[in-house]
Design a protein around this ligand. Structure first.
Ligand SMILES: [Zn+2]
Length: 230
């Protein structure tokens, strides 16, 4: 089973992740000059899968239209990271049953992703590597978190693992992907948005496209599998 790192720990060696040395770090000073090509991954890169959970798939409590279509695409990206022996992170909504974002508590969403429920699980078709780091967010009643960085140790975990560039995909484009990308940029990481492996809620028509433009405007590069070999 993947490891839940909600409780911060620096013990990365246990999970087989390589922490880059200083020389490696210095050699990457030209990182921003490189293309954001998924087939050109190197040390310092990580994949972040955002909230691909049963409740966010079609038929789920808060299903995102076509949300299931990201699963096979993310599996392809996961393969690239596995081959390159680079770390994979997966965030998840992990709410108490009386969470503040639920309508009964005055929030705007139906109950979803209640901790340990079936709806909160990752879909079985998503091939998350066994040594992936799982980041649970919005785990307390009074706090919501669209971003995987909000109220979690994700930034610290990435830095401890020597990560400088993050490739981000998942659900949903206009909420948790958008906010995770914005926080990753704020934290100083290079960001590559996996443009084919995201889907939007589109509560207002065009929200997804506006979110993509906002992320690009803030400095995110984009990447998609189409046209890549292998
Ligand atoms: Zn939520």
């Amino acid at each position: 089973m993947p490891v839940d790192h909600s409780q911060c720990t620096d013990d990365y060696a246990r999970y087989g992740l390589r922490v880059r040395g200083l020389n490696d770090y210095l050699n990457r000073s030209d990182l921003s000059m490189q293309t954001s090509n998924i087939s050109d991954l190197c040390q310092g890169d990580a994949l972040i899968i955002v909230d691909v959970q049963n409740d966010f798939l079609p038929g789920g409590a808060l299903g995102v239209s076509q949300g299931d279509q990201v699963v096979p695409l993310l599996n392809h990206y996961i393969q690239y990271f596995r081959k390159a022996e680079l770390p994979v992170y997966a965030t998840r909504d992990w709410h108490p049953s009386d969470h503040c974002s639920f309508t009964a508590q005055g929030g705007i969403w139906p109950p979803h992703c209640i901790a340990d429920s079936e709806g909160a699980q990752f879909p079985p078709g998503l091939l998350i590597p066994a040594n992936s780091l799982i980041v649970s967010k919005a785990t307390t009643r009074n706090q919501d978190a669209y971003s995987g960085f909000q109220g979690t140790c994700l930034a610290q975990q990435l830095r401890s693992a020597g990560v400088r560039r993050v490739f981000i995909g998942g659900l949903a484009t206009d909420y948790c992907v958008l906010n995770t990308v914005k926080d990753a940029l704020k934290e100083g990481f290079h960001v590559v948005l996996l443009k084919d492996a995201i889907r939007a809620v589109n509560l207002n028509p065009g929200d997804g496209n506006r979110a993509i433009q906002e992320m690009i405007g803030l400095g995110a590069a984009t990447q998609q599998l189409e046209g890549l070999a292998g």
